[in-house]
Design a protein around this ligand. Structure first.
Ligand code: GDP
Length: 205
């Protein structure tokens, strides 16, 4: 399947919203705890082997990594840390930068949160979910590495996570199974991005 995101390319990295590209058009932010499978998901969606690798390059791991879809649309890769291994001072900077980004960025249309299906709802995820609820940002969750579980096991986890989140008042959330390895759920993921980014119909899958 071709996606309308295959011409996406790296635009710039910014340590804070102040240094971000102009706040115009449409943006979707990708979040995920390190190792959740976020880079692999971005690479499958954009059909590029290593697009998201740039965000892991030393010096670019800082805050906001922007990828250009077209003149009006961007995907933004957010760093996956904020917990564990990372020094408290860096976590604090990360929290402040992301809170400012979530609260002030007008072009931000939704957050695409990637979770490893075997370890869903980590403290990192709960923080992202809470911010989306608080700032009234639409949230889509991709439970990735679904290939690691049986179909039944994957669906069971999906329902469990869904039930837990639906109990949270004021949260606008949708969920799906995903596998970068098997390209499972790619169409569903692109449909969410198309909707949030208001992709012209002719481009949409
Ligand atoms: P990130 O730190 O969230 O960007 O995670 P990566 O995309 O780098 O993936 C972390 C590890 O999980 C890598 O070893 C990937 O090969 C593996 N991985 C990512 N997505 C999948 C998937 O859908 N299925 C399987 N089996 N492994 C995956």
């Amino acid at each position: 399947m071709n996606t309308p995101y295959q011409n996406t390319h790296y635009l710039t990295s910014a340590p804070s919203v102040k240094n971000a590209p102009p706040d115009e058009g449409f943006e979707v932010a990708f979040a995920g705890r390190s190792n959740a499978g976020k880079s692999s998901a971005i690479n499958v969606i954009t059909q590029q082997k290593a697009l998201a690798r740039v965000s892991k390059t030393p010096g670019r791991t800082q805050m906001l990594n922007f990828f250009r879809v077209d003149d009006e649309r961007r995907l933004v890769d957010l760093p996956g840390y904020g917990y564990a291994q990372v020094p408290e001072a860096i976590q604090k900077t990360w929290r402040q930068a992301l809170e400012t980004y979530f609260s002030e960025r007008r072009s931000l249309r939704g957050v695409f949160l990637v979770m490893d299906i075997r370890h869903p709802l980590t403290p990192f995820d709960h923080r992202m979910i809470e911010w989306c609820r608080h700032w009234e940002l639409p949230l889509h969750i991709a439970l990735t590495k679904a290939d690691k579980l049986s179909r039944g096991g994957a669906l069971q986890t999906l329902r469990k996570v869904e039930a837990e989140l639906n109990a949270q008042e004021g949260l606008k959330v949708t969920l799906q199974l995903f596998s970068a390895l098997k390209r499972l759920g790619l169409e569903e993921a692109c449909a969410v991005l198309d909707r949030w980014l208001e992709m012209p119909q002719s481009h949409a899958v």
